[in-house]
Design a protein around this ligand. Structure first.
Ligand SMILES: [Fe+2]
Ligand SMILES: [Fe+2]
Length: 168
């Protein structure tokens, strides 16, 4: 545990940050799996464009889980050890892609990103002026989630336009 590194926290306990990060850690693993499995089961128009976007997002969410777990360890904590606890501790839960249609999957994914954006902006409010290092990591993650929402939304809009043009 890095004592000087922890001593720079102001008006916030390392344990509080660890608990908040562990919740985000669960979200990232669930988001990773959701994208992973969506890319496998998805069907319909513009499926190929959607698959490459979903796979790209899956890679990003796993990278976020890595960033978060590294910070938890730096603060002297332990990342959630059992995947069975992911749902219990997550902020955004998990939306199984039971309808494999492209538009349904894109909609689910957009909702997930919107939840991630709200969660991370709340987290930044808590961390502001208290834990600069975690603040910086969470800001980077938030910027990715904002980009994710935009990518999915523009794909969804293209799909809608295409369907309207051809009256599908
Ligand atoms: Fe993420
Ligand atoms: Fe995301």
């Amino acid at each position: 545990m890095a004592k000087r590194g922890i001593s720079i926290l102001k008006d916030i306990e390392a344990n509080t940050v660890i608990n908040l990060l562990n919740r985000a850690y669960c979200d990232e693993w669930l988001a990773y799996y959701q994208y992973f499995i969506e890319a496998k089961v998805i069907k319909g128009l513009m499926k190929d464009a959607a698959i490459s976007e979903l796979n790209l997002h899956a890679t990003d969410e796993l990278r976020h889980a890595t960033l978060i777990s590294n910070r938890i360890i730096q603060l002297g904590g332990t990342p959630i050890l059992h995947p069975g606890d992911f749902l219990k501790h997550s902020n955004c839960g998990y939306d199984a892609p039971e309808n494999p249609d492209v538009s349904s999957i894109l909609n689910q994914a957009i909702k997930g990103e919107q939840c991630a954006i709200s969660t991370y902006s709340n987290l930044l409010e808590i961390l502001r002026d208290k834990d600069i290092v975690t603040y910086d990591i969470v800001s980077q993650i938030l910027a990715d989630e904002v980009e994710h929402e935009e990518d999915l939304q523009s794909l969804f809009d293209d799909l809608k336009e295409f369907m309207e043009q051809f009256k599908l």
